[in-house]
Design a protein around this ligand. Structure first.
Ligand SMILES: [Zn+2]
Length: 125
């Protein structure tokens, strides 16, 4: 009897896991993960504000990802290296290379700023 209950529980857990795995809008959960983050990400070289914490989301690319930059905080430069067109994100204060801008169908701006961790300095808001 007790074994049967355990089996039921396990199958429920498995179903829940499958649902999570298949969730087409998993990114929304990931965005909510950072939604309460009211800090600001500054340039690690010149302390220029670059991104707000609530514009960060988890893109599972290994880099801090944002969907909007602080106005005037960054400059976007077209790059044609590596045989494809990309957009370079640089600090407007000191021209430090921050990362790259990509299209992202699931964000409010349909953009993803993929930023190097070491280029950012987080300050609590
Ligand atoms: Zn800078």
């Amino acid at each position: 009897m007790s074994t049967r209950i355990v089996c039921l529980k396990n199958s429920r857990i498995k179903k829940a896991r499958n649902r999570l795995y298949k969730m087409p809008f998993g990114h929304k959960t990931d965005m909510q993960k950072f939604a309460s983050d009211e800090g600001t990400y500054l340039c690690s070289s010149c302390a220029q504000p670059l991104f707000e914490g609530d514009k960060r989301f988890e893109a599972h690319c290994g880099f801090p990802s944002f969907w909007l930059h602080v106005a005037e905080g960054v400059e976007l430069k077209p790059l044609t290296s590596y045989g494809r067109i990309r957009t370079q994100v640089v600090c407007s204060g000191c021209s430090k290379h921050l990362g790259h801008l990509f299209e992202h169908p699931d964000t409010p701006t349909q953009l993803r700023y993929c930023i190097n961790q070491e280029a950012l300095k987080y300050v609590k808001g």
